[in-house]
Design a protein around this ligand. Sequence first.
Ligand SMILES: [Zn+2]
Length: 142
Amino acid sequence: MAVVECSAPDCAFKTDDVSEALAIALLTNHGLAHQRAPYVATDPMLAPAPQGPNLDCPRVDVGVSIEEWNVFIRRWEVFRSRSGIGNAQAPFQLFQCAGPELGDSLLKANATVASGSLPDLITAVGFMTRTYAGRCWGPLTF
Ligand SMILES: [Zn+2]
């Protein structure tokens, strides 16, 4: 039986008095905790979202009417503010709202669409949605 102490500085971990094989396994497993880089939220955009019930991402797909599109944009703004989504994550998050057909179409049109700017993506999503709707909405305003 053996008690093995962690060799990392400032670490008080030691195994119970167990067999040598188990002690080594425990220490190896414990050692993984020292390998993870400490998470430092220096970017305010990475700050945790405000507490509250998780909202579902609003969905939009090709062929919606302008009324449905306007509702989607309003729901997206609520979802974004309630979820604490910063500018850096917004395009990616908005892309996640796209239904499968819309998402595919956006990616075919622009493979890096989800990493561009949010206004560009909203314009692209709106354009794609409107195009597939097969009717003219008139000028889009955001
Ligand atoms: Zn340790």
